[in-house]
Write a protein that binds this ligand. Sequence first.
Ligand SMILES: [Fe+2]
Length: 344
Amino acid sequence: MCADDSPGGYPPAVLHDAEPTIQIELEPVDSVVVTTLMDNVTDIFMPDQGPARRAGPAGGSRLAAVMAGGQAPDALIAEHGFSVLVTVAKAGREHRFLFDAGTSPDGVVDNMRRLDIDPGSIEAIVCSHGHFDHTTGLDGLIRVLGRTSMPVLIHPHFWRRRRITLPGREPLEIPTTSRQALTGAGFDIIEEQQPSFLFERSVLVTGEVPRTTGYEPGFPPQQAWLGGSWQADPLVLDDQALIINVKGKGLVVITGCGHAGVVNIASYARRLTGSQPLYALLGGFHLNGPLFEPLIPRVLDDLAAMNPGVLVPAHCTGWRAQHAMSARFPAAYTPNTVGTSFHL
Ligand SMILES: [Fe+2]
């Protein structure tokens, strides 16, 4: 990567040598349903589209003294955060797990109640990375579940204390997820840097994603508290994604905040699985603001080469990238909303 490509004058991302295709025996599943429990957008009027089935207006009601009947709809809530519930079906059996948990302590569990989803049906949790907008909702989940030995899959850097340094502003420390809180709740914490499986090889958790494009910079403003001082930590190496191979269709790839770079992630998913076709790509792609918007044309070109059938940019993708993807991929592009279930 040429230094001139580095956005905002931050150090360039480390470019790993392209590695050969690795064949990991991910077993095809019969179907997968991805239900958005938390995202930045809610919209009760958005229609169904392709595999996306919308939740529609709230079924339940809540007390509201300002209303004539004392009741108002118990509406789904959106926030700057991300969480999806993933259900995979294979040979007549279903498994269900949570990927990320949103920003507010109770947002995800409250939306689960509104969607009539039983938190007790979750068998495992995968966290895309340690940032608070993907983990804080574990708080409400712990209160609803009580003590649990449920596995939580994370990368070892998940626990890093971090801050954001933007030019002309004071550094802003961001909340760190508490190891003590998660172990205290009883969770079986599984830290893994390498790819790992869930549910008899039905789901592949990428672990650390090699940064092969050279132009996706991670998150340049980030620093971590390491060895007693703040040090540059732009790569967010804890950023991991999910890969599921749907029989006869191809790969479903789900990103959290996409700090590893959405092209790096999608390319790695294909490389890990013997170059299966990219069927659906969903999640946060992190292409917002002046640091990342210049990357949009290259990202779109590289995604076009992978020809995704379903493209669902969510959360931190940013409005310019959303509009550009809608124009470039009119058939695949599907907007997300809280409560939407993608039947893939
Ligand atoms: Fe995020």
